[in-house]
Ligand binder design. Structure first.
Ligand SMILES: O=c1ccn([C@@H]2O[C@H](COP(=O)(O)O)[C@@H](O)[C@H]2O)c(=O)[nH]1
Length: 230
């Protein structure tokens, strides 16, 4: 159980590689995120292993399907004890309401959030898929829909966090990937911010992967991020 805003993304191709990193981390100093690659390779075993080590886990599978299917998937994730799970807001109101209602009806207190616009996308990418809006406009639209559908928050870039704080309120979760400390490579991210900028902008949680996991000294990278936040 952690009060830290940091969520470390365990994007590894095997359970052993992920646990090798987890065993260097302290559940009091960060939470962990399990995404598509790791979960597809290791299945629920990775959740059991991380829970057994005392970590809160964000299962980042970004469900997007018809309402009944997504509600069942979210229930399955919550029954495995994850702290947080997510869906794509573009799946629409009915899908999100079904997922949120399923958690309530089953008495499950897992945080349910929705992805707005992936942090790897910019305006030209949206145009290619038929959306003639800026990322900021689309994020606001989907965040409001997410809130109206009864979810606890969104995944967005930190660049949109301060505006969402104004329109959705402080308690609405703003989980922000695309975090890049000054020492890290940008990689495939587009809408980025440093850890301290992101917190100042109103992010409630920072998702950080490669700047820590691919660093030559991951623990030093994490310590540098923590020092920047203090
Ligand atoms: O919009 C999104 C949604 C999810 N992610 C995930 O966050 C991490 C970021 O990893 P880095 O190595 O720090 O880039 C990764 O697991 C993504 O799947 C995102 O980046 N953007």
């Amino acid at each position: 159980m952690s009060e830290s805003p940091l969520i470390i993304a365990l994007d590894y191709p095997s359970l052993d590689a992920a646990l090798c990193m987890a065993d260097q981390l302290d559940p009091a100093r960060c939470r962990l995120k399990v995404g598509k690659e790791l979960y597809t390779r290791s299945g629920p075993a990775i959740l059991e292993a991380l829970h057994g080590r005392g970590f809160d886990v964000f299962l980042d599978l970004k469900f997007h399907d018809i309402p009944n299917t997504v509600a069942g998937a979210v229930q399955a994730a919550a029954e495995q004890g994850v702290w947080m799970v997510n869906v794509h807001a573009s799946g629409g109101r009915k899908m999100m309401e079904a997922a949120a209602e399923r958690l309530v009806s089953q008495g499950l207190d897992t945080h349910l959030i929705a992805v707005t616009v992936l942090t790897s996308l910019q305006e030209s990418d949206l145009r290619e898929v038929g959306l003639n809006v800026s990322p900021a406009e689309q994020v606001e639209r989907l965040a409001l829909l997410t809130q109206q559908s009864g979810l606890h928050g969104v995944v967005c870039s930190a660049q949109e966090a301060s505006h969402l704080q104004a329109v959705c309120g402080e308690s609405f979760l703003k989980v922000t990937p695309g975090i890049r400390p000054s020492f890290a490579a940008v990689n495939d991210q587009q809408r980025i911010m440093t850890p301290s900028e992101a917190m100042q902008a109103g992010s409630t949680h920072l998702v950080i992967g490669r700047p820590v996991t691919q660093a030559s000294d991951p623990m030093a990278a994490l310590a540098a991020i923590e020092a920047e936040l203090q």
